[in-house]
Design a protein around this ligand. Structure first.
Ligand SMILES: [Zn+2]
Length: 80
């Protein structure tokens, strides 16, 4: 699954332009669903948003997990 290149938080029509630091996923009995990515600044905010969306049935019930994104390096990190 491709990872979005920006934080999923929007304020009005403007999207947060911070680079994402964590993947947000929901784990339930049948698996793990990625719901988006978020920057460090909005971690707490997105946690409450996901909780709200779960109550509204927009995202599956389950525990919310944040997985820290490793810096996406395109260079080979092989060290002999
Ligand atoms: Zn953000």
């Amino acid at each position: 699954m491709p990872i979005p290149d920006g934080c999923c938080i929007r304020r009005g029509f403007r999207r947060c332009s911070n680079p994402p630091s964590h993947i947000i996923s929901i784990i339930d009995g049948s698996g793990e669903y990625m719901v988006g990515v978020v920057c460090r600044e909005h971690l707490m905010l997105v946690e409450s948003i996901v909780g709200l969306k779960q109550m509204q049935g927009e995202v599956p019930e389950g525990s919310v997990r944040f997985t820290e994104l490793k810096s996406v390096a395109t260079t080979c990190n092989y060290t002999p």
